[in-house]
Design a protein around this ligand. Structure first.
Ligand code: CMX
Length: 441
C-alpha cells in the first residue's frame, strides 16, 4: 500500500514502539494480579474494574480528560491554530500518534482528508429512502454502516493480508470515515430539519469550519465565524473520554472480532444514542427549554429549586449532571462555559445553564446517593449550539458522534497495530457469583 501522507510514516514509527511495549508488558507482568473485583462492581456495570486498555485518553476523577497526556487547556494551547482555535484534525493526529503535530503536518492531513469528502450516491440514497422523521442518530448509524461495502480493511483481510499490516488499511478506512462523517451529518441535518438544500464541502475551509458551513444553521449560506470557532472547539472536546464509556467500548469490542471500522463505529453510535450517554446533551437542552417554557422565562431561584426537586421526586435524572468517573465539574463543561464568556453569550438558554450550575449540585448532594453532583459536558454543549441557531436538539448526539469518531478510530487503529485479541470476558449467573462470594473467592 502506498503511504501518501506523512501521518502514515509517523504511524509506522510509533506502531513499532507500541508493539515492543505491548509485548514486553505482557512478558514481564502477564501473570501479575492488578485488582480484586467486588460483587458490587460486577452487578454495578463493571464500575472501576481495570479490565480495558486505552492509550488514547485517560479520565482522572478530579482533573478530567487528558488526551494522550495533555489537558484540554494544553491541547488548546499547543495544537496548531486556524483563526485562534486549534485545527480539529490536529487533535486527531495527536490521538493517533501521541504527538503534537506541526502546522505543516496538520495542514497536509487537512488537505488529504478533503480529497475524500465526497459522499457516494448510494449513501445519499440510503438516507433518502429513510423517512425524514427517523431519529438523526439512526440515520447517522445507518449511513456509516452502509459504507461498510467500501472497507479497505475487510477487503485486505479476506485477501489474506498479514495481521501485522492490518492497521494500515484500518487507518485508510478511518481517514475515509473521518472525511465523510461531517458531510453525512450535515446532509442529515439539512434534510431532516431545514429546506432539504445542501451546502457542498468547501475546500478552502478547515475541517471544523467546513462542517459549520455545511450545517448552514442560519440558512443564509454565510459562514458565521463564531459558530465555526464553536464547532472547532466542540469537535475537540467530545473526541474521546477513555475506553470504558459505552460508545468507545462498544466500538472497540466490535472491532476486536476484526470487524471493520464501519461495523464498529456504527455499533458505537447506537450506544452513544442512549439518554444516559451521548443523548444527554439533547435531553439537557430539552429540559432547559421546558423550564423556560414552564416559567415563561428565567425562574427565580427558589421556584427553580422546587421544580428540580419535583423532577427528581418523579424518578427522573437531571440530564447534564453526574458522571460515572468524574467527581468534579467536567473540564469540558468549563471549556464551553469559558467559550460562552469569551464570546459574551447571554441568551436565556445560556443564562439557564449558569443558574442550574448554581442550584443543581446542592440538590443532588442532598439526595445522598449521587456520586458526582456536578455538571458534565452535556450540561453545556447543547446550550451553545442552541445559542448559534442549531436548535434541533435531537441532532446534538450526531454532533457528538462526528467528534467521537476521532477517539474511536484512534483506539481501533492502536488495537490493530499491537494485535489486540478478541475480547471475551467471563460472565457468570448470579447463583455462581453468590457461591464464589460465600467461598470468599
Ligand atoms: N440526576 C439524578 N440522579 C442521578 C444523577 C442525576 N444527574 N446522576 C446519578 N444519579 C443517581 C443514579 O441514578 C443512581 O440512582 P439509583 O441508585 O437510584 O439507581 C445514584 O444517583 C448513583 O449513581 P452514580 O453512581 O452517581 O452514577 P452512575 O455512575 O450510576 O451514572 C450517569 C452516571 C452519567 C449515568 C448518571 O450520573 C446520570 O444518569 N446522569 C444524567 C444523564 C447524563 O447527564 N449523562 C451524560 C453523561 C456523560 C456522557 O456520557 O455523555
Amino acid at each position: 500500500m502506498k503511504l501518501k501522507v506523512s501521518l502514515f510514516q509517523r504511524m509506522e514509527d510509533v506502531v513499532d514502539k507500541w508493539r515492543k511495549e505491548y509485548k514486553s508488558v505482557l512478558e514481564s507482568y502477564g501473570e501479575q494480579t492488578i485488582a480484586d473485583v467486588k460483587v458490587s462492581q460486577v452487578l454495578g456495570g463493571m464500575r472501576d474494574v481495570p479490565a480495558l486498555v486505552c492509550e488514547i485518553s485517560v479520565v482522572d476523577p478530579y482533573e478530567g480528560i487528558k488526551f494522550r497526556g495533555y489537558s484540554i487547556d494544553e491541547v488548546i494551547k499547543l495544537l496548531p491554530k486556524v483563526s485562534d482555535f486549534p485545527y480539529v484534525l490536529g487533535l486527531w493526529y495527536l490521538l493517533l500518534t501521541g504527538e503534537i503535530p506541526s502546522k505543516d503536518e496538520v495542514e497536509e492531513l487537512e488537505e488529504y482528508i478533503k480529497i475524500r469528502e465526497r459522499l457516494p450516491k448510494y449513501v445519499i440514497e440510503v438516507l433518502r429512502n429513510t423517512p425524514a422523521n427517523t431519529h438523526p442518530m439512526t440515520q447517522f448509524a445507518m449511513a456509516i454502516l452502509a459504507m461498510q461495502r467500501e472497507s479497505v480493511f475487510a477487503k485486505s483481510y479476506y485477501e489474506g493480508m498479514s495481521k501485522r499490516d492490518l492497521w494500515k488499511p484500518m487507518l485508510e478506512d478511518c481517514i475515509n470515515l473521518i472525511a465523510r462523517a461531517p458531510v453525512i451529518a450535515a446532509y442529515i441535518y439539512r434534510r431532516t430539519y431545514r429546506d432539504d438544500v445542501f451546502v457542498k464541502p468547501n475546500e478552502n475551509l478547515d475541517y471544523g469550519a467546513n462542517f459549520a458551513n455545511m450545517l448552514n444553521v442560519n440558512d443564509d449560506f454565510v459562514l458565521d465565524k463564531d459558530f465555526a470557532d464553536l464547532i472547532r472547539i466542540y469537535l475537540i472536546l467530545h473526541s474521546d473520554h477513555e475506553g470504558g464509556n459505552v460508545s468507545a467500548h462498544t466500538c472497540f469490542n466490535i472491532s476486536s472480532a476484526l470487524s471493520d471500522i464501519y461495523y464498529s463505529v456504527a455499533g458505537g453510535m447506537c450506544g452513544l444514542a442512549g439518554p444516559l450517554h451521548g443523548n444527554a446533551s439533547s435531553e439537557s437542552l430539552r429540559w432547559i427549554l421546558n423550564i423556560l417554557k414552564f416559567f415563561n422565562g428565567i425562574p427565580p431561584k427558589d421556584k427553580l429549586i422546587e421544580y428540580i426537586n419535583n423532577h427528581l421526586a418523579s424518578g427522573k435524572v437531571i440530564p447534564g449532571f453526574g458522571h460515572a468517573v468524574l467527581r468534579v465539574t467536567d473540564p469540558r463543561y468549563t471549556a464551553f462555559a469559558n467559550f460562552a464568556k469569551d464570546k459574551k453569550l447571554d441568551s436565556d438558554v445560556i443564562k439557564m445553564v449558569r443558574l442550574l450550575y448554581e442550584v443543581v449540585p446542592d440538590i443532588l448532594k442532598a439526595t445522598g446517593k449521587v456520586k458526582d453532583p456536578y455538571p458534565n459536558v452535556d450540561g453545556h454543549s447543547g446550550a451553545v449550539l442552541y445559542h448559534y441557531n442549531l436548535k434541533e436538539y435531537d441532532f446534538y448526539t450526531v454532533m457528538f458522534g462526528v467528534s467521537r469518531i476521532m477517539g474511536m478510530t484512534a483506539q481501533v487503529v492502536w488495537a490493530r497495530a499491537v494485535g489486540f485479541p478478541i475480547e471475551r470476558p467471563k460472565s457468570l449467573p448470579i447463583k455462581t457469583i453468590v457461591e464464589l462470594a460465600q467461598k470468599g473467592k
